[in-house]
Structure formats: C-alpha cells, structure tokens
Design a protein around this ligand. Structure first.
Ligand SMILES: [Zn+2]
Length: 183
C-alpha cells in the first residue's frame, strides 16, 4: 500500500475537483473513508493467503468493490438525495473515485503483490510498469521504525506535490471565475 496519509490526500484532492456544491466535513470524511478502507483487508492475512481472492490487494481493492461501496455510502449517508438522481450519481462517482484512487496508487508502489482491480470477474493482479512510490509496510510500528522517512519523501514527491499543484490550479481557476471570494 501507499500510506493512509497518501490515500486520504488523494480523496481530498479528488473532492476539491468537484463543484463547490459538493463540500463539507461529511463529504470529505466519507471520501477519506472510501480511500483508506480497502487496506482493512490486511486482517485477512490471518485467514487466507496474500495472493488469494480475499487476500490483501485482492477483491477489496477492485473497482467492483469500490462501486458497491460508493452506492452503499451514498444510499446510507445521503438519504435525502435519490441515490440514482443526478446529484446522487455525483456522490457515487466521487466515492468510487476515492476507492479507485487507492487501487491505482497501490499499482504505482514498489513492493508487494499487484492489485486485482478487475476482481471478481478477472482475478489477475496488476502493477503499472512505472512504480516510483515506495511501498509502505502494513503495520504502523514498522512504518514508524524502519523506512518512514524514505517512504514519506517518496509519497511527498509523487503524490503530495502533484496534489498540492492540482489544488492550487483549481483554486486559481475558481478565483479567476469569481467563484471564490478572496476576503
Ligand atoms: Zn492498498
């Protein structure tokens, strides 16, 4: 995995890309939830092999799971919106992108097994050819003891700075369009 910080930052960046109608603590917290929850599958290490269907980076990292989760989150936390209305679809798309960004970031990491993005239909695991992000250990104690600096530096370079630039561009465009008040 990339670290939970990196996945959460992606969720916020994707959320900020949506129209300003889509905002608020609930919106972003649920986005962060969808972006980090696939790694809850590490508990499966106790029960199944890493490379099995429910192993880490298996079904729970798939686009299908992200889509089901997005529909569930929208239907549960945005009951006032009809789930498949235009606004409802925007929420579904956002929460889906948060989960999908997790899988895609993991495919850019330097270690572990690939990601079963097309599970349950096709359980092959994939990486991108280009994998610049250092893989983050699965346990917090390892994360902070071993290679934390190198991992965070790699994530800052390949995720943090691009996200900051993208949010800066979005903010500038909105200021030019007069959508953001400067005072
Ligand atoms: Zn992951």
């Amino acid at each position: 995995m990339a670290s939970a910080f990196a996945h959460a930052l992606m969720a916020v960046t994707v959320g900020k890309t949506f129209s300003q109608k889509f905002t608020g603590t609930k919106f972003f917290l649920l986005g962060v939830f969808c972006s980090v929850i696939p790694d809850a599958d590490v508990v499966m290490h106790n029960f199944v092999e890493y490379d099995s269907f429910f192993g880490h980076r298996g079904f729970f990292h798939s686009f299908f799971f992200c889509a089901v989760l997005a529909i569930f989150i929208t239907g549960t936390f945005y009951r006032n919106e009809k789930t498949f209305s235009r606004i409802g679809w925007m929420y579904i798309i956002y929460f889906f992108l948060c989960g999908a960004s997790h899988a895609l970031l993991d495919m850019l990491t330097s270690g572990g097994l690939g990601v079963a993005i097309f599970s349950p239909f096709y359980n092959e695991r994939f990486f991108f050819d280009w994998r610049p992000i250092r893989v983050s250990p699965m346990s917090i104690s390892h994360f902070f003891s071993d290679r934390a600096y190198a991992i965070l530096a790699s994530e800052l370079k390949w995720i943090g700075i691009p996200c900051a630039i993208w949010m800066g561009v979005m903010l500038t465009v909105r200021m030019i369009k007069g959508e953001v008040r400067t005072k």
